[in-house]
Design a protein around this ligand. Structure first.
Ligand code: PLP
Length: 390
């Protein structure tokens, strides 16, 4: 009897969890006016990456024991209090996203593939035991926030509004248990070009002792716990070899670079020109930029495009045989980040870089194609999601 009741309750809980009506919706959005608005930066302000936040944030609370998702709220972006026993502080029950809004050449505000970010955020939620949300409703709420804050977006070349959706656990309990209360919020930050003085190609360090992600693990989720511990390798690479970033290996297989996906453009062993990146096998973060680059290059149809595992030894051999044309990292912040060198077992391997521009030809083309879509120079692209006029 008791077992049956318990099962029934579980079925009920499962239904509620999956019921779409329980997801928050844009139609319920509440806006609280901020008391004070900050002064916006001057027209010629030198934006860096991060540092400034806008006036408002989107804030959505969830309480499993009190009706699930609450109404989404747009309110002043202000510090909030956390109990010292808060489970996010204790156990990193946290996930985040990184995306951007742009002012297009037609003076419209646009997002780039927001559906991809919120789909990915839901997989992070699932990993952490946070409740699912409706990605389309989340995009609609985000659009409202961006509309309110559109005057913060610098209308200057290669500038944008960085968008940081975040979810945290709000339970205050030192015992590690399933999440009852959580909070999803979005803050915004106007940003300048990632490379204000042109590309700065990076040197990479291969740490053969450490893996960032492993098969059947969770390295493919954008959850806070994956990031801080990885910085040790970056520090080590910097101290030992003056490297800028880690080139992550899983045993001998190349996976990612720093917090970016990794691409190599080379002449492969078969003599074919090939753009290669490791496959989404659970050890690779499924980057929106990665997916966009694969699609763009497959549409070009000028060379082979592969999602295939490859070993660092293959890359070293190709470098020695001068078969590598270019290598780069890919992610929202920089879009592409050219690689000039990597160090493995105390040996430096060179990757060709155009000395003048700091990047190879394909790297330039990819940056151009993606920014043409983002800034609306390519008209009516399906990845460019219009928000409003400026
Ligand atoms: C965010 C991230 C990326 C890039 O993803 P984008 O969606 O392209 O920004 C790649 N690798 C890691 C580890 C990341 O955290």
């Amino acid at each position: 009897m008791q077992i049956i009741e318990c099962l029934q309750l579980q079925v009920l809980a499962f239904k509620q969890y999956n019921s779409p009506s329980k997801h928050f919706q844009k139609k319920d959005l509440v806006i609280h006016k901020a008391q004070h608005l900050k002064e916006k930066p001057q027209k010629d302000f030198a934006y860096t990456f991060g540092g400034i936040s806008t006036d408002y944030m989107l804030d959505i609370d969830y309480d499993a024991d009190n009706g699930g998702w609450k109404n989404p709220v747009i309110k002043a972006n202000e510090p909030f209090m956390l109990d010292p026993a808060n489970a996010t502080l204790q156990y990193s029950i946290e996930c985040f996203e990184g995306m951007k809004a742009y002012i297009t050449v037609d003076k419209k505000v646009a997002l780039f593939r927001p559906d991809m970010n919120f789909k990915r955020m839901n997989t992070s939620h699932k990993q952490l035991g946070l409740p699912a949300f409706d990605g389309d409703q989340m995009t609609e709420c985000l659009k409202e926030l961006v509309k309110i804050e559109k005057d913060w977006i610098p209308d200057r070349p290669m500038h944008s509004l960085y968008i940081r959706p975040t979810s945290i656990c709000m339970d205050n309990k030192l015992g590690l248990s399933s999440v009852k209360k959580c909070k999803t919020f979005v803050v915004l930050c106007p940003v300048g070009p990632y490379y204000p003085r042109g590309f700065q190609p990076v040197k990479l360090y291969c740490d053969t002792q450490i893996v960032r992600a492993w098969p059947q693990g969770f390295g493919d989720k954008k959850i806070g716990g994956n990031y801080a511990p990885a910085l040790k390798t970056q520090r080590k690479g910097h101290e030992l070899h003056g490297a800028d970033q880690a080139l992550w290996l899983l045993h001998d297989y190349v996976t990612e670079v720093g917090t970016m996906n990794f691409f190599v453009f080379w002449k492969n062993e078969q003599g074919e020109d090939e753009l290669i990146t490791p496959p989404l096998d659970g050890t690779i973060l499924p980057g929106v930029t990665r997916d966009s680059i694969l699609t763009i290059c497959r549409n070009k149809n000028q060379f082979k495009v592969s999602e295939k595992p490859f070993k660092i030894q293959e890359l070293m051999k190709a470098c020695t045989e001068k078969r590598v044309y270019e290598a780069f990292g890919a992610g929202t912040a920089a879009i592409v980040s050219p690689v000039k060198q990597f160090v493995y077992d105390n040996v430096n391997y060179e990757i060709p870089i155009d000395a003048q521009s700091g990047a190879g030809k394909l790297t330039h083309e990819i940056l151009q194609t993606i920014t043409d879509i983002q800034y609306g120079r390519t008209k009516g692209h399906q990845w460019n999601i219009e928000v409003c006029n400026i």
